[in-house]
Design a protein around this ligand. Structure first.
Ligand code: SF4
Length: 75
């Protein structure tokens, strides 16, 4: 199956908000100052996963993160 997986390390997030600015469909800033991966599932404590069919702006969001908290894998 074609598609991609976003892997988001929420513990690593420093709240720079670049991801939410670039890909607001997938990332939103939470009141605790960190980003949430919208519709993501917590795979392990602090590690969130979302499978997507289209990359959209997710690549830009991943590249913009100053602490590399967002990874994209091709499925
Ligand atoms: S760009 Fe990285 S550090 Fe900034 S809010 Fe998004 S995940 Fe967190």
């Amino acid at each position: 199956m074609a598609g991609f997986k976003i892997i988001y390390d929420r513990d690593a997030c420093i709240g720079a908000a670049a991801c939410a600015a670039l890909d607001p469909e997938r990332f939103e800033m939470n009141d605790d100052g960190k980003a949430d991966l919208l519709k993501g599932k917590e795979d392990k404590p602090g590690l969130w996963i979302l499978k997507i069919e289209e990359l959209g702006e997710a690549q830009e969001a991943a590249e913009s993160c100053p602490v590399d908290a967002i990874k994209i894998e091709e499925l």
